[in-house]
Design a protein around this ligand. Structure first.
Ligand code: KIV
Ligand code: ZN
Length: 446
C-alpha cells in the first residue's frame, strides 16, 4: 500500500533567517538553497521580498537557479507585498505566493487594530489577488492556535473559496500542546467546507520545546505539509527542526506511515552548511545533527555499541550523513573503547598489556574529562618508557575485530550497520584471545 507523501516546506531562508544572528546575505542564501535542493525538500521559502532589496534578490536568484522544488515568497495580505513577491518569483519553474494575516483577537486588537469582519475580508481579497497572479497560493492565519476556532474555520473556508491551494496553521507563539494541535487539524477537516481540496500544513514554533511533537501530531490529524527549518532555527526558540521531523518519520515508520522526499544522508551536511554560513554552532546535544548525537562515553554504552550498534543507536550515523559515531574517551570509558582507539593510533595491545595503559588512562581521565588522542599517545609512550612489554604498531593481535565492528575506516572491514529499526543484521561478536565468557568480557570491557 502506498504511504501518504508529506510535503517538506523548508523555511530556513525566511523564518529561520529571522532568528537573531542567523541573517544571511544573497550569496549565502543562494548557496544554502542548492544544499536544500540536494536534501530533497519539496518547497523552499526563499524569503520575504518586500522586506528588503536583498531578500528580493535572493528570491529572484534562487527562482532562476533552483528548478526542482517549489520556490515560495512570503507576503502580507496586501497588494503591494503580493505584487513584490510575484515579481521576485517571475523566473521560478514552480512559484508559490505565501500570504499571511493574523487572525487571533489579541493580534487583531493590539497589532492590526482591525475587526474580525475586516480581517476576513482582507484575507479573502488578498488570496483572490494572489490567485490572479499565481496558481499556487498558500494562506497562513497567523497565530491560528490562539484564534477562536469558529472564526478560524470561517477564515479558512473563505480563503479556500478565494483560491488558496495550501492552508497553513501556524502555532506562531509555540503555545499549543500536541493533542490540542492534532485536534485543531481534525476540527478544520470536519468543519470547513472545501477543506479536502487543499493541503493542510503545520508551522510550529518551539517556545515550549514542542514544535516537532506538534508538527507530528498535526500530520496524524491529517496535515500533509510540514513547515520546518534546518537545525530548528527560527524566531525566538525556533521552528520545528527538519532533521528531527524527517528522522522521526523514518525511524518510527510504525507510528508515522508516511513518505518524504528527504535524502537523509544530506541532513548532516545541510546542518553543517548552515552552521558554517551563519556561524551559529549546533548545540552539542541537538538530536540528529549535534556532535554528541552519535557519541558514546559511558563504558557500558561503548561496550554495547562495539558489540552491536543497535544496543544504543536507533539509526546509523551514516543514514543522516554523519561519518561515524565517535567514541569519546573519558572517565566513564572502558577497555574496549580504549583498545579500539589505541589500535586506531597504531598501537594494538594484548589484554594484559592494555590493563597497564588503562590504569594510567583512568587516573588521567579523572583529571581532564576528555582524553584526546595526543594525551593517549603520551600515556602509551610513558608505559613503553617504563619498560613494559608493548608490541610494535601494526602487530597482528586479537583486537582487530573490535575495530572492524566499530568501523575503523578500513574498507575491507566495513562496519556492519543494520538498517533501523527492523531487519537488523547481527554485528559480529567480539572475541578475545583469553576470553572466558560473555559476562566476564562485559565486565572487563566497561
Ligand atoms: O509563525 C508564523 O505565524 C509565521 C507565518 C508568517 C507563517 O511564520
Ligand atoms: Zn513562523
Amino acid at each position: 500500500m502506498d504511504r501518504p507523501r508529506i510535503t517538506i516546506f523548508d523555511t530556513t531562508l525566511r523564518d529561520g533567517e529571522q532568528s537573531p544572528g542567523c541573517s544571511m546575505n544573497v550569496q549565502e542564501k543562494f548557496r544554502l538553497a542548492h544544499q536544500l535542493d540536494r536534501l530533497g525538500v519539496d518547497v523552499i521559502e526563499a524569503g520575504f521580498p518586500i522586506a528588503s532589496d536583498g531578500d528580493f534578490e535572493a528570491v529572484q536568484r534562487i527562482s532562476a537557479a533552483v528548478r526542482r522544488p517549489i520556490i515560495a515568497g512570503l507576503a502580507r495580505a496586501c497588494k503591494g507585498d503580493i505584487d513584490r513577491a510575484w515579481q521576485a518569483l517571475q523566473g521560478a519553474a514552480r512559484p508559490r505566493i505565501h500570504v499571511f494575516l493574523a487572525t487571533s483577537d489579541i493580534h487583531l486588537k493590539y497589532k492590526l487594530r482591525i475587526s474580525r469582519e475586516r480581517c476576513l475580508e482582507q484575507a479573502r481579497d488578498a488570496v483572490r489577488h494572489a490567485k490572479s497572479l499565481c496558481a499556487d497560493v498558500e494562506f497562513s492565519p497567523e497565530d491560528a492556535t490562539r484564534t477562536e476556532v469558529s472564526f478560524l474555520c470561517q477564515v479558512v473556508e473563505a480563503v479556500i473559496a478565494a483560491g488558496a491551494t495550501t492552508v497553513n496553521i501556524p502555532d506562531t507563539v509555540g503555545y499549543s500542546m500536541p493533542e490540542e494541535y492534532g485536534q485543531l487539524i481534525r476540527t478544520l477537516r470536519d468543519k470547513v467546507a472545501g477543506i479536502e481540496q487543499v493541503t493542510i500544513s503545520t508551522h510550529c514554533h518551539n517556545d515550549l520545546g514542542l514544535a516537532v511533537a506538534n508538527s507530528l501530531a498535526g500530520v496524524q490529524g491529517g496535515a500533509r505539509q510540514v513547515e520546518c527549518t534546518i537545525n530548528g532555527i527560527g524566531e525566538r526558540a525556533g521552528n520545528a527542526s527538519l532533521e528531527e521531523i524527517a528522522m522521526a518519520m523514518r525511524v518510527r515508520r510504525d507510528r508515522y506511515p508516511y513518505e518524504t522526499g528527504i535524502a537523509s544522508e544530506q541532513l548532516y551536511p545541510s546542518s553543517q552548511a548552515l552552521a558554517e554560513i551563519t556561524r551559529v554552532p549546533v548545540q552539542p546535544n541537538k538530536a540528529i545533527t549535534g556532535r554528541n548525537a552519535f557519541a558514546h562515553e559511558a563504558g557500558i554504552h561503548q561496550d554495547g555499541i562495539l558489540k552491536n550498534p543497535l544496543t544504543y543507536e536507533i539509526m546509523t550515523p551514516q543514514s543522516v550523513g554523519v561519518p561515524d559515531s565517535r567514541l569519546v574517551l573519558g572517565k566513564h570509558s572502558g577497555r574496549h573503547a580504549l583498545a579500539l582507539r589505541c589500535e586506531q593510533l597504531g598501537h594494538p595491545f594484548e589484554r594484559r598489556e592494555l590493563d597497564e595503559v588503562y590504569r594510567k588512562f583512568v587516573v588521567l581521565a579523572d583529571r581532564i574529562k576528555t582524553v584526546q588522542d595526543s594525551h593517549l599517545l603520551g600515556l602509551i609512550e610513558e608505559v613503553k618508557a617504563a619498560g613494559k612489554k608493548i608490541p610494535p604498531a601494526g602487530a597482528d593481535i586479537p583486537f582487530t575485530r573490535v575495530a572492524a565492528a566499530a568501523g575503523s575506516g578500513n574498507e575491507s572491514h566495513p562496519r556492519p550497520f543494520p538498517a533501523p529499526p527492523v531487519g537488523a543484521v547481527p554485528a559480529p561478536s567480539i572475541t578475545f584471545a583469553d576470553h572466558h565468557g560473555e559476562q566476564e568480557d562485559y565486565l572487563w570491557g566497561v
